[in-house]
Design a protein around this ligand. Structure first.
Ligand SMILES: Cc1ncc(COP(=O)(O)O)c(C=O)c1O
Length: 365
């Protein structure tokens, strides 16, 4: 039998330095480590929906009789329902266990060792995560100081090895939108373009109607944010039909679970309810931004998503993160070359904003 310590030699050498994804903290892991009881933790670190999912989802899941049966592997009903919500034919649509899974699946479909992926940094970590896992080469094109994409730099970065350009719109963690004109300019290069619209419902700008017209356009969406289903893991993408067919072929069987399928159907029956929560978050985003502006040692950036990125002008972002966590308020912090001393705060309910601002004032710069 192989000795335990000998297993390392079987692991792909190119993965030995792979850092993995740095996920948000789960509140249950903080039991005993923060000054407040668990139920009072204010979770503003993962852009979740503080209003939760539709009550119809709770009701339907409580009485659903067939958890013992595998879901439909071809996602037929789901794709038909999404056709109506998204406004594109079901032949374009593939669903995943979160849109994360679709990023991973798409890059596994397109990227061979040495192929290039253009990434407009700083941005969401999954594009680099999956590129590295596939043995691809990341070509990082920095955004400007306001986090706008430098379209001519992206175009100049294209080579014959470029397989895809990834662009989160609005971007995470900056909340910035790239204009339709800029996206059209990238589409005209003919290079496959992945537009990640995870926060579409908060920005209300989309290129989904172009999916029919452009053979190189792929758009991702999720139910994690606007519909409050982050824990059930369901996202979807709209692709050229040939890509959609391949994604359905290479995905793990039954990749969207039955509870998620039920939850999507119920959410789509309750869009008005969910959009009222989205409206409340958009209103609160405006108030949070104004309140953050009053704190002289923070510089908030305008956002079209459900979070606000702030530069920490005095002190260290990791220390601020820790001090807020001690008070039971979770935010995300960044300390990397293009995001030196930044925090990202998800937009919560008004009482969450109040608690956060109170804590920031107590902490001081
Ligand atoms: C830009 C972006 N894309 C995709 C995702 C992943 O969402 P999902 O929960 O659907 O996997 C996130 C989550 O934070 C995100 O910020």
């Amino acid at each position: 039998m192989a000795k335990k310590e000998g297993m390392g030699k079987f692991i792909r050498p190119d993965l030995t330095a792979f850092g993995g994804y740095s996920a948000a903290t789960s509140p249950e892991t903080l039991e005993g480590k923060v000054e407040v009881p668990m139920e009072n933790i204010v979770k503003l670190d993962a852009n979740e929906n503080p209003y939760g999912c539709s009550p119809k989802v709770h009701q339907a899941l409580a009485t659903y009789p067939y958890f013992n049966i595998y879901p439909d592997d071809g996602q037929e009903l789901l794709r038909k329902s999404l056709q109506k919500y998204a406004g594109v034919d079901a032949k374009h649509i593939v669903a995943g266990s979160g849109s994360n899974q679709l990023i991973d699946l798409l890059l596994r479909l397109l990227i061979n060792k040495g192929d290039e992926v253009i990434n407009c940094v700083p941005t969401f970590g999954l594009y680099s995560f999956s590129t590295e896992l596939c043995g691809g080469t990341l070509i990082e094109v920095p955004r400007d100081e306001d986090f706008a994409v430098n379209i001519s730099a992206v175009k100049s970065a294209i080579t014959e090895k470029t397989k895809v350009i990834c662009l989160a719109n609005p971007n995470n963690p900056s909340g910035t939108l790239t204009s339709r004109e800029d996206i059209l300019e990238l589409l005209d290069t003919g290079v496959p373009l992945l537009i990640d619209e995870a926060y579409y419902e908060f920005s209300r700008q989309t290129v989904v109607p172009l999916v029919d017209q452009y053979q190189n356009l792929m758009v991702l969406r999720t139910f994690s944010k606007w519909a409050g289903l982050a824990g059930l893991r369901v996202g979807y993408g709209m692709f050229p039909p040939r890509i959609a067919e391949y994604l359905l072929r290479i995905k793990i069987p039954y990749n969207v679970n039955v509870a998620a399928l039920v939850a999507v159907q119920e959410s789509l029956k309750d869009i008005n309810y969910l959009m009222a929560s989205v409206d409340a978050i958009i209103t609160e985003r405006g108030r949070l931004f104004e309140e953050l502006k009053k704190i002289k040692w923070l510089k908030p950036f305008p956002s079209q998503a459900n979070f606000i990125l702030c530069s920490v002008l005095k002190g260290k972002a990791n220390q601020l993160h820790q001090k807020l966590q001690d008070k039971g308020i979770l935010v995300r912090y960044f300390d990397q070359p293009l995001l030196r001393d930044f925090i990202r705060i998800s937009v919560g309910k008004p009482e969450h904003t109040n608690a956060l601002i109170r804590a920031l004032r107590e902490i001081g710069g």
